[in-house]
Design a protein around this ligand. Structure first.
Ligand code: ZN
Length: 301
C-alpha cells in the first residue's frame, strides 16, 4: 500500500465506522463486511467492505487479514504452532512386527526370521523385509501384503493402475519423494484421495493433505519398486512450481518469506500444514497455485 492510499484509507475510516454501527444491527450487512482477524491490528474496529477485502488483504487458513503486516504476524504464530512434530503422529507404531506377522502367517519359518534378524544386526540398520528378501525367504509382494495387514490398509495395485498420473500434481513432488508416498486415486465427486505409502502410514502427511486440499484421505500400501518407478515417471512430467528451503530458517523469516511470495504471486488464499519434515505452504491464486516447502527447524536441531 502506498502512503497516499494509506491516507485515503484513514480518511475513509469514519465513514466505514458508521457503517459498522449500522451493520452490526443487521445480519445482511455483516455478510458484506469482515474484521481483520489479527487481534493486534490497529484497523480492527474497521469493517472492511467486500471489494476492499479482495484488493488489500489476504486469507490465511481461511481467515482474513487486512494488510501484509497483519498477515505476517498471523503466519509467524502459525509457524510456531506447526514446527513441533504433533504428538502421536510419528511413524512408529505398536503394531505386530512385520517379521512376526509373516511368521504367524506361515510365509516364513523360524530359521529364516532368525537369519534375517542376524543380518539386520550385522548391518546396524535397514528394514527386516529387505533382509528377508535378500535371503530369498519372501518376495516383494509378500512384504507389501504383510505391510497392508500390519497397518490394516488395502494394497493398491500401482504396477497396473495409471490413475496416479492424473492426481500426482495435487502434492509437490519433493513431498512425495521425501515422504515416500504417492496420491494414487482421486474420486472427485466424493472429494476422496487414496494416498499410498511403502513403509507404513505417515499420519502427518494424511492430515496435511486433508488440511491443504480440503478432501478426505484413505491410506493404502504399495510396493517399493512400483513407487520408485512411479516417482521416476513423475520427474519427467512438469509440476506446479515449488520453492524448497532445504536449510532451516527461523519462524519469523518463514513468515516474512511467505508474505513476500504471497503478495508477489497475488495469492487469494494461503494454506499451511506440517507434512513429515517439511512445512508445506500453498499459495492459491485465481488461476493456479504455487507451493513452498520449509524445512522444519525443530527436527534438524
Ligand atoms: Zn489487520
Amino acid at each position: 500500500m502506498t502512503v497516499n492510499e494509506r491516507e485515503y484509507m484513514s480518511g475513509n475510516t469514519s465513514l466505514v465506522t458508521s457503517w459498522n454501527r449500522l451493520s452490526s444491527r443487521f445480519l445482511p450487512f455483516r455478510r458484506m463486511f469482515r474484521n481483520c482477524e489479527n487481534s493486534r491490528c490497529g484497523q480492527r474496529s474497521v469493517l472492511w467492505p467486500l471489494w476492499m477485502r479482495g484488493s488489500e488483504g489476504m486469507r490465511l487458513q481461511g481467515r482474513w487479514y487486512c494488510s501484509p503486516d497483519c498477515f505476517e504476524h498471523a503466519a509467524g504464530n502459525a509457524f510456531l504452532r506447526l514446527l513441533p512434530m504433533p504428538e502421536g503422529t510419528r511413524r512408529k507404531s505398536h503394531r505386530i512386527p512385520i517379521g512376526l506377522l509373516l511368521l504367524s502367517r506361515g510365509i516364513i519359518n523360524d530359521a529364516q526370521l532368525k537369519k534375517a534378524l542376524a543380518l539386520q544386526r550385522e548391518q546396524g540398520n535397514g528394514r527386516i523385509g529387505k533382509f528377508l528378501q535378500q535371503i530369498q525367504a519372501v518376495t516383494e509382494q509378500d512384504i507389501t501384503a504383510g505391510l497392508g495387514a500390519q497397518w490394516g490398509c488395502p494394497v493398491y495395485p500401482l504396477g497396473r493402475a495409471r490413475d496416479f498420473l492424473q492426481c500426482s500434481s495435487l502434492l509437490p513432488l519433493t513431498l512425495l519423494e521425501t515422504g515416500r508416498m504417492l496420491p494414487v486415486h482421486h474420486i472427485r465427486f466424493q472429494q476422496t484421495l487414496y494416498l499410498a505409502f511403502v513403509e507404513g502410514i505417515d499420519r502427518t502427511a494424511l492430515y496435511a493433505v486433508e488440511q491443504m486440499l480440503h478432501l478426505r484421505t484413505i491410506p493404502c500400501i504399495v510396493s517399493e519398486s512400483a513407487l520408485l518407478e512411479a516417482l521416476e515417471e513423475l520427474r519427467h512430467i512438469s509440476h506446479a512450481p515449488t520453492t524448497v528451503f532445504e536449510r532451516p530458517i527461523e519462524p519469523r523469516e518463514m513468515a516474512r518469506t511467505t508474505r513476500n511470495y504471497a503478495w508477489q504471486v497475488d495469492a487469494t488464499d494461503v494454506w499451511m500444514a506440517r507434512s513429515g519434515r517439511f512445512i508445506w505452504i500453498r499459495l492459491q491464486t485465481a488461476q493456479d497455485s504455487k507451493d513452498i516447502l520449509f524445512q522444519a527447524l525443530a527436527d534438524v536441531q
